[in-house]
Structures are given as C-alpha cells and as structure tokens.
Design a protein. Structure first.
Length: 291
C-alpha cells in the first residue's frame, strides 16, 4: 500500500507540476522511448541474472508491494515453537524429539505454529540446529560461528533481487541518454522541416533522458530499497532462532532462552514478555489437549 501511495504522489507531483507551469502532457507521451528504455533495461536484467534470480525478483516485488514483513503474530509463533522444542529437548527422549524435527509437517508442535511451518527455509533451519543439539557433541561457540555463516549466506541469497534491481536503476539514466541520442539522430534527419516539427522531434528526444532518470530514481531504485528492507526484516527471524538456541545450549531454561530471542526483535515490533508467556502457555495447553 505504501508503494502505491508513493507512486501516486510522485506521478501526481511531477506531471501535475509540469502541467501547472504550462507544459503539455501529450509531449510526454512517447511510447517508443518507453519501448527503447524499458526493453533495454529488461534485456540487460535478463543478461545479468540467472533465471532463479529473475523469478525471485518477481516474488520479491510482490513482497515489497504487500510489505510482507513479519508481524507480531509471526514473532510470537516463532518464539512459541522454539520454547516447545526446547522443552521437549529437556524432558523427552532423543527418539521422541527426532520425530518432530525429522517430519515437521506431521509434528503436533510445528502444526501448532502454521506461519513458521509455512516458511520451509526457516523450518529447516530450526530443525537442522535442533538435530545438532540432540547429537550433543558440538560446542556453543562452534554452533554460533556456523549459524552466523549460514545466516549471512541466506541474507546474500535473499538480497540478490535487490542488487539486480539496483543495477537496473543505476543503468536507467544511461539508457535514457541512449533513447535521447536516437531521438536526436531522428531529428537531425529532419533539419529541412519547419521549426515546429523540428522542435517537436527534439522535445521527444529529451523525453528519453527524463524517463531514464525518472524511472531510476523515482520508481526502480525505491522499489529495490523496499525489497531490501522487507527481506532484511524477514531475515531477523533467523537471528531470533540463533540467539534462542544458543542461550539454551549455554544452560538457560527454555523461558529464559526465549527472552534472549525476544530481545533481538526491533523495539517497534517486539512483543511484550506477557504476550510471549501467554502465547507459550496457551500453545502448550493446546498441544496437551490434542495429545
């Protein structure tokens, strides 16, 4: 919603200001300039990026338009799941815990937290490190180093659409100049025409420069930045898991370890201690009832 409002304000102010100072809107309607700039931008985007990144960029744009950042419910479910898993690790046998982490889709614990189970990458991340904890030979500082490396790898992969779109945004002004130069070449071929016709051709050529700069700094660049913000916030879920499990490995009780994870959440989004406690207690009661 924020992107749509921003685009409406941007287009309204730019085009409205142009018309208010006496400009004619039909001068800006140059479809072939759009084809040249947009087609060249799309082509270079496809050349520079593998198909997986192209597909992920489309997904990332949808996430940016929806502002698909974790909400408080998702943070609560992540903390609640970790609390229940740590409680199982403390009180149940290895085989009972392995049933949950080997088949999370069929686990009563994971099914209690559908938003986490829906995120397959996060689910696998949690299960992998719970499995390492069960084995019991790894030391906390080794696990921390491994987690940091994996989280950085995940972040690099998730930000590939941002870098791809930012590269397009950086190149759009130059592509606008290309379109403008082609327009000037066309105008040079009409030097024998009247000043009105020649002026219209030069004006159409300059629209290419305008479009390249406008698309770069007012549309593609801001959308790329929004993708980075959204995906960085989603990456915080992995940091929550990391801090919670490390606290547990260092001897903290599950309820205390959950607090370590809660503190990594931004103060603007962080659920209260009471909300976390209520969520974990209610989930635990629901799980016992289901059993």
């Amino acid at each position: 919603m924020g992107i749509l409002i921003g685009l409406v304000v941007t287009f309204g102010c730019v085009i409205g200001g142009f018309m208010a100072m006496g400009g004619h809107i039909d001068v800006l309607i140059q479809p072939w300039e759009v084809v040249i700039i947009g087609g060249a931008a799309l082509g270079t985007f496809l050349v520079a990026n593998p198909l997986a990144t192209v597909k992920d960029t489309g997904k990332a744009c949808l996430e940016a338009f929806k502002h698909a950042v974790p909400k408080q419910k998702e943070y609560l479910e992540t903390l609640g799941l970790l609390h229940n898993l740590m409680r199982e690790l403390r009180t149940k046998s290895r085989s009972e815990v392995e049933n949950h982490i080997d088949n999370p889709e069929e686990s009563s614990i994971f099914q209690t937290y559908p938003s986490v189970l829906k995120d397959r990458a996060l689910t696998h991340f949690i299960c992998d490190y719970c499995r390492i904890i069960i084995i019991g030979n790894a030391r906390p500082f080794e696990i921390e180093a491994l987690m940091d490396e994996e989280i950085q790898t995940i972040r690099r992969d998730k930000l590939k659409p941002y870098h791809a779109l930012q590269a397009v945004a950086d190149g759009l002004p130059a592509l606008g100049i290309v379109a403008a130069v082609l327009g000037v070449i066309k105008a040079m071929g009409a030097l024998d025409q009247s000043p009105e016709i020649l002026g219209a051709l030069v004006g159409a050529a300059l629209v290419g420069t305008f479009l390249g700069i406008f698309l770069s700094y007012a549309i593609v660049g801001p959308i790329a930045t929004k993708i980075k913000i959204v995906r960085d916030k989603r990456n915080r879920l992995y940091v929550i898991v990391k801090q919670t499990l490390l606290a547990y490995m260092n001897g903290s009780l599950p309820q205390v370890a959950v607090e370590f994870g809660r503190k990594t959440i931004s103060a603007y989004d962080r659920p209260s201690i009471d909300a976390v406690e209520e969520n974990t207690l209610n989930a635990g009661a629901a799980e016992k009832k289901a059993a």
